[in-house]
Each structure stands twice: as structure tokens, then as C-alpha cells.
Design a protein around this ligand. Sequence first.
Ligand code: ZN
Length: 450
Amino acid sequence: MKVSFHGACREVTGSCILVETSDVKFIVDCGLFQDEDSEFRNMISFDFNPFDIDFVLLTHAHVDHCGKIPKLFKEGFMGNVYCSYPTVDLANQMLLDSAKVFTMREGGTPLYFPSDVEKAIENFKAVPYDQEYSITNNIRIRLKDAGHILGSAIFEVWIREGKREVKLVFSGDLGNPPAPIVKDTDLIDGADYVFIESTYGDKVHLSRDNGRKLLEEKIIEGIKNDAVMIMPVFALERTQEMIVELKRIFEKGHIKNIPVFLDSPLASRVTNVYKKYESFFDEEAKRISKKKKDLFYFENFKISKKKGDQASFLKHSGAKFVMAGSGMCDGGRVLDYLKKYLPKKNTELLIISYQAENSLGRKLMEGESEVDIGKKRVRVRANVSKIQAFSSHADSLKLVDWIGEIKKPNPKTIFINHGDGISSEVLSNNIKEKFDLNTLIPDYGEEYEL
Ligand SMILES: [Zn+2]
């Protein structure tokens, strides 16, 4: 059997691994590239013929993992996309949003339209966690909870070729427990080959408890200074987690309630999907949902629903807190707030997410005193803080620990992808050093015989 890598090689977007056995071809994830050349890279043909692919295994609904699935269908794929139950609905929301963005872009042909998303979603097939499921006579799968976002899955895949059976494990993106809402990352007992992400393969996160303390301190200080607090958020998972974190802080009762506003139509739709899948929450989130009826509500918290909501929030004087997309400030409604409030001294910009190179968020994080927002040059007098405790990705220690549990059997090779810069290499060295396992960092297009 052969595996080859068609994205997320020494970078964090465009996840796509092709597996070819004696009788079947399948891919694991089919994600959008989101780098500077992404428009071109997403538009060009796949390296393989989509018509020849029998099925797709989808680890989760982030677009860097699922964003090219409608294109795959458009270009001839006719099989099923296997994923968890929440992933079907979450991918639907994320893909429809991508289609909308493509159709709104000036010039060029959109990568796909909402109607392509609808056709693709009809072929998504939900599979429960923890149960073996046979896709063909020779291939069976089992989804384990990756704890990264709601519905995220690690795929265990058993492939039989003649008398030989090989077990492959695809990590997808691994979570950063303890996180609110999602369950802790499942451990895997053994595998012949492992494919693991390395987003934070070279970093150790601040603990969530310290992050919570820091966030609370920032809010107390912000209230004292009548500050406008702006938190750019990604619509999927980060927003829902931060609603729960803010609920925790404000419901303690010793902090004055100030208006807290979520201004992101996509995040609001995604939050509604979360509400539908409460049975997938961790125990604490289930308990709060049961007791308080709604995990995503607290006093003074408002979600933007109609025209005019933003204007009335902007008009409000005194301390206030807003979450808005996009998480890297590259578009979305957060720009409305940045334009108005970055030039003011009593603004606190709270960066909690990964900021890609050249993104507006990265520029602000690095302390640039002037930035371009659309056609406007904006002075930055706001205070910018970063809190790197709320990542939904495992850090280097957690990635290494997760690999360490895969013992029966010990993997023959660990393929490391989905990591920028030196993160894949640092993870590779740490794994080799600690467990004496064979590791490989594939380059784009590289093929390996297993
Ligand atoms: Zn992800």
C-alpha cells in the first residue's frame, strides 16, 4: 500500500493524505490552503483524479481540513465522506460560509457555490465514536474523540491486503485538555503507522488556569479604566469556549456586569449547532447545560442578531467587551471595532488565537504603531495583550505524551505534518529522543510504500 501527502506538509493548512491499497483509494481530509498563494493553490487541479477516490475520512470541520470537499465532488468524486455526527452540521456551516466568501470575492471564478456544498453534504455519512465500522470488506474504521473541537475525530483504520492487516492512525488535530465543552483527547493503544499534526510541536502553552487568571485580571482592569475590550475569535470552537470562559468569570459574582457582545453571524450559527449536540459535551458542560438550560448564555451577554445591534453596541459608553471574527483580524466584523477603537488609548485588544505571518492580528501582536485596515491607515494606541492558554491544539508536551501511549504495537513510522517552520522537526526530535521511534516529515507530493 502507498501513502502520499497533498497538503499540510511543513505548513498548517491544506490537509490531505492519499492512501492507495490494492483495491481502494481514499483520502484523509481535503482542506483549503490558507497561505498567501492559497487562491491559486486551491484552484489548481488535485494531484489525483477525484473520480478514482472511493471515500473520504474527515477528521473535523475546520476548513483547512474540509474546505476543498465541495471541489472534490464538483470534479468527479462520487463516494461518501465519513465523519462524526457534529462534523456533518458543522462542516455544512463552515463550507457554506466559504462558498459565500468565494462568491463575494472580486474577479475570478468562485471555487464553489452554496449549491455545491449542499450536494456534497448529502454524501456525508455520520459514524458514532468508539464503534468499529466496516467501509469495505477489507477496511474498517473507528473514530476516537480528538478533543480539539466538537466532533473532531482521530481515525483508526485497519486495512487488510491478502493475509496482512495494517493499522493506520490519523490524529487530525489533537486537543488541549482540559478545555470547556469538548471531552479530553482519547488515547490510542497501538498502531503500525501514525500520522500526527505538529501545529505546536515546538511550543509549550501557558496552562489554562493561568490563562483564566490573566483574562480575569484584564477584565477587572478594563472595567476600572472604562475600556473597550476586543477579542478577535474564530467562529468554530474558540467562540463557544470563550463564551463559557466569560460566563465562568462573570457568574462568580464579584465582577461588575458589563455588556458582552458576540458579533459574528457564522459564530452564532455554529453556536446553535453546538446546542444541538449537547450529548457530545464533556461531563462538566453537560452538567451546566442541564442546570442552567443554556451553556452559552449569561447576564448581559448578547449575540448580534439583527441590523442595528452593532450600532447600539458601538454607541454604548463605558466598559464593554466584544468578540468578533475573524480570529486573525483578516476580515469580518472585528474590523469595524478595530477601525474605531485601535486609535483610542483605553482600548484593550486581547489576542488569544494563532496569528499567521502577515495577518493583521500578527502585526498588531508584534506592536506595529500603524496598520492598514481596508483602505484606511489606522494609528494603534490601544494596548495589545496576548494570552496563549486557550489554544485548542495540543502543545509539544501533550503531542509527545500522546505518541508515548501508542505501544501495542509500537508504530513502525510516525509521519509528522501540519506544522509551520521548525515545529515538525522539533516534534520529530523529541519523539526520537524519548521513545526511539522512527519519524518522517513528508514533503508535498512525497509518496511512501508501507
Ligand atoms: Zn482544526
